[in-house]
Design a protein around this ligand. Structure first.
Ligand SMILES: Cc1cc2nc3c(=O)[nH]c(=O)nc-3n(C[C@H](O)[C@H](O)[C@H](O)COP(=O)(O)OP(=O)(O)OC[C@H]3O[C@@H](n4cnc5c(N)ncnc54)[C@H](O)[C@@H]3O)c2cc1C
Length: 412
C-alpha cells in the first residue's frame, strides 16, 4: 500500500503550524529502533497521555502516525496538562493495574534516560491512618511483595521520628513505600511534551485541529473530519479524547462516562524551609486529602477529593471554589504546622473522566471496525502511560497482548 495523502488538506501550512512548538527534525530517531515496519497509516485524535503514548508506540512498531489535538499536547484544558501525577502499585485487588503500573514505571525510567529529560521523582508514598488501618496496611504490604514492591507498616513513634513536620493527631499507623513503582511522582505536562517531541523527531506528524468522525461506509470510517473542508484519511483511527469523548461520540459515551472537576492547590513554604520539599517529604494520602512534596519550588501539592461537580472541558473557567480553598487552608494549618498561614501560590482545576467500573475503555467501535477508543482514565490513568501505549499499539497492530486487559477494557 502506498503512503496515503491527507485529503483536501493544505498539508504544508498545517504541518508547519502544528509542529512549531516541538522539534521539527523528522529524520532523527526518537530513541529506539522500530521493531518492524507495519505498512499502515494511523490517525490518533487526542494528545493527552493516552493518545501520545499510543501514537508513540505505534510509531515504534513502524506505522505512519498522525496525531491530532484541538489544543496541543499536555494543554491545560486536558486531564494530562497538570503539574504532576502519582505512580503507585497499590490497587486493592485489581492486580492487573499493579502489573501495568510496574511495567509503566520501568518504561518511564527507560524513556526519560534515553531522552535525557528527567520527569520521574522517586518521592516515596505514605498513607496515614488510624489504629484500624494497620491490618489493611499489612495486607497491602503482603500483597505487593508478590510483585516485588516492598513497603513498611509504621506505628505512631516511627512516623513521628521520620516526619516530625506532620502533626499526627488522629493518626496511629502508616504504610510507606520508599520510591520506585510503589511510590513515585511523574511530571505530567513535561512528560507529555517529551513524548510529543520524540514522536515528531521520529517522523510523526502533529496537527493542531479538531478531529471528528467523518463519513463511513461498509462498516469502516473513511476519514477524520477536521472541519473547514479538511480531513485526514488513514487505515485506522484511534480516538483518545479523554473528557471530550461524549462530545465526539455522544450516543456511545454520554451514557458511559462521567466528567468530574478536581481542584489542586500548591502551598508555598516559608523562605528557606525545605521540610515539605522532595526529598524530605513524600507523596501522602490522609483521608480525603492527598498531595505531593514541593517539587522544583512549586509548593506542597494538596488535592481534596472527591468533588462531583461536572465540567465542560472546552468552555469552563479553571477558577477554584472559595469553600474548597478554605478547607485546604484549614487542613494545611492543622496537619502541616510548618506551613501554617502560608499562601497558596498556584491552583489548577482539572477533570477526571470516569467509566462506571473505573476501568479504562480500550476497544473497537461497535459499528466501524477501523475505529478504536482509548479513554476513561478514571482518575488513575496517567501513571500507566507508556505501558498502556505499548498495549494499545500491540493490540491494534499486532494483536499480541495480555488477554486479561482486553476483557477489562471492553466497551461495556
Ligand atoms: C487533578 C487530577 C489528578 C490526577 N492524579 C492522578 C495521579 O496521581 N495518577 C494517575 O495515574 N492519574 C491521575 N489522574 C488521571 C490522569 O491525569 C488521567 O487519567 C489522564 O491524564 C487522562 O489522559 P487522556 O489522554 O485520556 O485525556 P486528556 O489528557 O484530557 O487528553 C485528551 C486530549 O484530547 C484532545 N481532544 C479532545 N477532543 C478532541 C478532538 N475532537 N479533536 C482533537 N483533539 C481533541 C484534548 O485537547 C486533549 O489534549 C489525575 C487527574 C486529575 C484531573
Amino acid at each position: 500500500m502506498k503512503r496515503r495523502k491527507f485529503v483536501q488538506l493544505s498539508t504544508a501550512s498545517l504541518l508547519t503550524t502544528a509542529a512549531a512548538p516541538f522539534s521539527t527534525a523528522v529524520s532523527s530517531k526518537s530513541g529506539a529502533p522500530h521493531l518492524a515496519s507495519i505498512d499502515q497509516d494511523i490517525v490518533v485524535v487526542g494528545s493527552g497521555v493516552f493518545g501520545l503514548w499510543s501514537a508513540f508506540y505505534m510509531q515504534q512498531l513502524g506505522a505512519r502516525v498522525t496525531l491530532v489535538d484541538a489544543y496541543g499536547p499536555g494543554n491545560p484544558r486536558g486531564s494530562s496538562g497538570g503539574e504532576s501525577r502519582i505512580i503507585r502499585s497499590e490497587y486493592g485487588e485489581q492486580f492487573m493495574y499493579t502489573r501495568m503500573n510496574n511495567k509503566a514505571h520501568d518504561l518511564w525510567l527507560k524513556w526519560e534516560k534515553q531522552w535525557g529529560k528527567p520527569f520521574i521523582y522517586s518521592t516515596g508514598r505514605l498513607t496515614l491512618g488510624d489504629a484500624k488501618y494497620r491490618d489493611e496496611a499489612l495486607k497491602v504490604k503482603k500483597d505487593l511483595e508478590a510483585f516485588g514492591v516492598k513497603g513498611e507498616v509504621l506505628g505512631y513513634d516511627e512516623l513521628k521520628y521520620r516526619w516530625p513536620q506532620i502533626n499526627l493527631e488522629g493518626i496511629e499507623s502508616g504504610l510507606y513505600f520508599s520510591g520506585g513503582a510503589g511510590g513515585s511522582t511523574v511530571m505530567a505536562r513535561e512528560s507529555c511534551h517529551a513524548v510529543a517531541d520524540a514522536f515528531v523527531k521520529g517522523g510523526g506528524k502533529l496537527v493542531i485541529g479538531t478531529g471528528m468522525p467523518g463519513k463511513s461506509s461498509a462498516g469502516k470510517m473513511e476519514l477524520a473530519d477536521l472541519g473547514n473542508g479538511k480531513a485526514l484519511k488513514a487505515d485506522k483511527y484511534i480516538f483518545a479524547c479523554g473528557p471530550w469523548m461524549a462530545k465526539v461520540f455522544p450516543d456511545l459515551f454520554a451514557p458511559r462516562l462521567k466528567v468530574y472537576r478536581r481542584e489542586v492547590y500548591f502551598v508555598g513554604s516559608p523562605s528557606g524551609d525545605d521540610r515539605y520539599a522532595y526529598p524530605n517529604f513524600p507523596v501522602w494520602l490522609d483521608g480525603n486529602m492527598y498531595g505531593m512534596p514541593d517539587l522544583r519550588g512549586q509548593g506542597l501539592k494538596v488535592a481534596p477529593f472527591p468533588d462531583y461537580n461536572t465540567i465542560d472541558p472546552d468552555t469552563d473557567e479553571r477558577m477554584v471554589n472559595p469553600y474548597i480553598t478554605k478547607k485546604v487552608h484549614d487542613y494545611v494549618n492543622f496537619r502541616f504546622p510548618g506551613l501554617k498561614n502560608q499562601p497558596i501560590v498556584s491552583t489548577r482545576v482539572c477533570q477526571l473522566t470516569f467509566s462506571k467500573d473505573e476501568h479504562f475503555i480500550i476497544d473497537q467501535h461497535p459499528d466501524m471496525s477501523n475505529v478504536w477508543f482509548v479513554c476513561a482514565g478514571s482518575g488513575h490513568g496517567f501513571k500507566h502511560g507508556p505501558a498502556l501505549g505499548d498495549y494499545v499499539a500491540n493490540r491494534i497492530l499486532n494483536n499480541k497482548v495480555e488477554k486479561d486487559y482486553d476483557e477489562a477494557f471492553k466497551l461495556k
